[in-house]
Design a protein around this ligand. Structure first.
Ligand code: ASP
Length: 242
C-alpha cells in the first residue's frame, strides 16, 4: 500500500468558520479522514502540522524548515503532500524546488480557495488529486490545483476568485487530470540524493520594470545592502533605456 505524508503549513483548506482552526497534530489525520474518507483508498495517510499560518506570513526560514522536514521524511514515503495557503504557495514551491535538487519522488503542494468543511469547495478534489499524484513517479516539486499538476518553480497564482487559481504561462502542466491522469513528457527523471543545504540569501530584491520607471529608485535600492537584484523585464528581456 502506498504511503503518503501530509505536511500542514496553513491556509484556507483546513479552516473552519473563517478563522484558523485550532489544529492538534494527534487529531489532524482523523479529522481529515472523517471529512474525506476516500483518501484511505489512495494509501496509508499520515500527517504532521509544521505551522498553521496564513501564507502571507511565510518567510524564508519557514521554507528551510519545511524543506528540511521533507528531506528527512521523504525516504520513508512514496511522496509528500504539502497543504499551503494559495497566496504564496508558488514562492514556497519554488524555494523547495531549489532546496531539494536531488528528488526521486514527488513533493506535491496543494491548497484551496474554499475550506474543506464547506459544501461548495475545491479542497476535496485538490487534496484527493494531490495525494494520488504523490503516489506516482513524478520526482518534482509541483502544485496540484484544479485538475492540473504544475511545476512548482514555474507556477503563479493568477486568480483570487476562480477555483482554477494557478497557471504556469511559461511551462506546460506536468499532468492533466481528466478521466485519467496524463503525464507530460517533460516530467524530470529521478535525481540522486544530495546533502541538504539550507542556505538562502533573503537580501534579494525583485524589480518589475514599467514605462516611466524612475532610475533614481533603482539606484536607491542598489545603495542598500542588497545582495542580488532580479529584474523582471519586458517580453524577451527588454528594459527601458535609463
Ligand atoms: N490567505 C490565504 C493564504 O494564502 C488564502 C488561501 O489559503 O487560499 O494562506
Amino acid at each position: 500500500m502506498a504511503r503518503v505524508l501530509i505536511l500542514h503549513t496553513g491556509g484556507t483548506l483546513m479552516m473552519r468558520g473563517g478563522d484558523p482552526s485550532p489544529l492538534a497534530p494527534d487529531v489532524y489525520t482523523s479529522d481529515l479522514l472523517t471529512e474525506l474518507p476516500v483518501l484511505r483508498k489512495i494509501g496509508d495517510i499520515e500527517s504532521r502540522i509544521l505551522f498553521n499560518l496564513d501564507s502571507a506570513d511565510m518567510q524564508p526560514h519557514h521554507w528551510v524548515e519545511l524543506a528540511a522536514a521533507v528531506h528527512e521524511n521523504l525516504p520513508r514515503y512514496d511522496g509528500v503532500v504539502v497543504v499551503h495557503g494559495t497566496d504564496t504557495m508558488a514562492y514556497t514551491a519554488s524555494a523547495l524546488a531549489f532546496l531539494l535538487p536531488g528528488l526521486d519522488r514527488p513533493v506535491v503542494f496543494t491548497g484551496a480557495q474554499r475550506p474543506l468543511v464547506e459544501v461548495r469547495t475545491d479542497a476535496r478534489a485538490n487534496l484527493v488529486d494531490a495525494c494520488h499524484l504523490a503516489t506516482m513517479k513524478i520526482p518534482e516539486v509541483a502544485i496540484a490545483f484544479s485538475s492540473q499538476l504544475l511545476r512548482g518553480c514555474r507556477a503563479v497564482k493568477l486568480d483570487a476568485w476562480a477555483m482554477a487559481a494557478f497557471g504556469s504561462p511559461s511551462c506546460r502542466p506536468l499532468a492533466e487530470l481528466g478521466i485519467g491522469v496524463e503525464l507530460a513528457p517533460h516530467v524530470l527523471p529521478a535525481r540522486a540524493a544530495v546533502p541538504f543545504d539550507p542556505r538562502i540569501e533573503p537580501r534579494v530584491f525583485l524589480l518589475r520594470t514599467f514605462p516611466g520607471l524612475d532610475p533614481s529608485v533603482l539606484f536607491a535600492i542598489l545603495a542598500q545592502d542588497v545582495r542580488g537584484l532580479v529584474i523582471e523585464a519586458f517580453g524577451a528581456g527588454n528594459v527601458p533605456r535609463l
